[in-house]
Design a protein around this ligand. Structure first.
Ligand code: THU
Length: 125
């Protein structure tokens, strides 16, 4: 799948985000090595710390369906370009040390980085 298409799937998820507190909607689309896509949104909670980010929602959906190998994740937000938070970087690193991270400032031109560059010395037991 083209990364542009993956990004558009992430963007299409924004309306499903549950973000009544921050009003900052995030959508993610995670591509498996087999070419399957799992989407996710941020799901906030009145107890703010219980909030789950869009990236982790997508990962949890994929992993709980038996997928373990991923090539890329696209992230879109209602507030412009958004890179994954620190918790999500470590969470994603657990499953891939070579994951492309696709973001965009304008929804047209993609910025492609890699978890290798976003998380230095990620933690492993
Ligand atoms: N958020 C994500 O979904 N992904 C990130 O990588 C950064 C933050 C969400 C969490 C919260 O619902 C909202 O954005 C504002 O922090």
């Amino acid at each position: 799948m083209e990364y542009k298409e993956l990004y558009k799937l992430a963007e299409g998820m924004l309306e499903k985000a549950y973000a009544p507190y921050s009003k900052f909607q995030v959508g993610a689309a995670l591509l498996t090595k087999e070419g399957e896509v799992f989407t996710g949104v941020n799901v906030e909670n009145a107890s703010y710390g219980a909030t789950i980010c869009a990236e982790r929602t997508a990962f949890v959906k994929a992993i709980s369906e038996g997928h373990r190998d991923f090539t890329a994740i696209a992230i879109a937000s209602s507030g412009g370009e958004a890179y994954p938070c620190g918790i999500c970087r470590q969470f994603m690193f657990e499953f891939s040390d070579d994951l492309d991270i696709i973001t965009s400032k304008d929804g047209e031109n993609l910025n492609i980085t890699n978890i290798k560059d976003l998380l230095l010395h990620g933690f492993r037991l």
